[in-house]
Design a protein around this ligand. Structure first.
Ligand SMILES: NC(=O)C1=CN([C@@H]2O[C@H](COP(=O)(O)OP(=O)(O)OC[C@H]3O[C@@H](n4cnc5c(N)ncnc54)[C@H](OP(=O)(O)O)[C@@H]3O)[C@@H](O)[C@H]2O)C=CC1
Ligand SMILES: O=C(O)[C@@H]1CCC=N1
Length: 271
């Protein structure tokens, strides 16, 4: 069967997205080729029913994909991309999920008229709860845009940014963001233990509270600030805790610093 999509790199993020598409039936597995040098990751991808290759040179000569997706680390991107030039010349759209690497890098490696899309996903994409943010160059056609959106909407919510420079901030908020929340769960678990709870109970309470609060915030028409007030009885327990977190804008200041550090690192990864 013909191949519509080549995925170069099937590690944490590439696999999370691929599993989402195949499980949601957005693309038949038989129409996907994965290139991944790591043998065990190749075997994991193969379990989904896709064709797998250890190197781009092994891709059959008659392959005419609609889309080539790069899900390799930004540090190796420039070395990986040239092997896929023939697909860009055939008119395949190019999509990169890498932090940092600008559209201009793909244009310089593949041709200035290449149709290039940047997409910043996050790992909840594996269960259809991801955030995926797109930026495309002017060569991406409506059909290519529709194909990509149909595919990645299986991974979660899709948004578009009008200016590529915003991608560093996007990466710092939603791309890296799940790690902040996982750390929050770890920290709340540790705080529960310090308050006397058995560790399995502390972990369950922390996890379910983050899950429930996130779902309520997403579901509710109320602003997060109003939802916070709804929990906070005057002079009650929540107010006592929020005095610690919000006093001197403590948590907010910390997050501004953390997001700024991630954004700066994303800008460094442009080179
Ligand atoms: N993890 C995340 O939450 C997110 C990641 N991203 C972006 O996704 C990209 C991938 O990140 P992540 O999945 O975490 O990284 P991983 O290291 O888990 O996955 C990348 C995979 O690409 C493989 N690879 C290396 N060279 C080639 C090649 N020439 N052809 C095909 N595959 C190759 C690597 O193999 P080997 O290890 O053997 O080199 C590795 O298995 C990065 O650019 C990152 O910025 C974006 C948003 C979120
Ligand atoms: O940590 C990173 O660089 C990648 C990009 C966003 C999430 N993970």
């Amino acid at each position: 069967m013909a191949i519509d999509l080549i995925l170069a790199g099937c590690g944490n993020m590439g696999y999370a997205m691929l599993a989402g598409w195949v499980k949601a039936g957005r693309i038949p597995a038989a129409r996907v080729a994965v290139v991944e040098p790591n043998e065990s990751l190749r075997a994991r991808a193969q379990m989904l029913g896709v064709s797998v290759y250890a190197d781009a040179v092994e891709i059959p000569a008659d392959c005419q994909p609609k889309l080539v997706i790069f899900a390799v680390k930004p540090q190796v991107m420039k070395a990986v991309v040239p092997a896929y030039q023939r697909f860009a010349e055939m008119g395949a759209a190019i999509l990169s999920i890498a932090a940092g690497t600008p559209v201009a890098v793909f244009e310089s490696l593949l041709g200035s008229d290449a149709a290039v899309i940047r997409c910043m996903p996050n790992t909840p994409a594996a269960i259809g709860k991801g955030m995926l943010v797109l930026f495309s160059n002017a060569h991406v056609t409506e059909d290519q845009d529709t194909f990509v959106r149909d595919l990645i909407s299986a991974n979660g919510a899709v948004a578009t940014i009008p200016n590529e420079d915003l991608m560093d901030a996007v990466t710092a908020v939603s791309g890296s963001g799940p790690a902040y929340i996982f750390h929050f769960i770890e920290a709340l678990t540790a705080a529960g233990e310090a308050a006397g709870l058995p560790s399995d109970v502390a972990k369950l309470l922390a996890m379910q509270t983050v899950y429930g609060a996130g779902a309520l915030a997403a579901d509710s028409e109320e602003e997060p600030g109003k939802l916070r007030e709804n929990v906070t009885s005057p002079n009650g327990t929540t107010a006592a805790a929020l005095d610690v977190l919000m006093g001197g804008d403590r948590l907010k200041t910390l997050l501004v610093e953390a997001v700024d550090a991630a954004k700066k690192r994303s800008i460094e990864l442009r080179d």
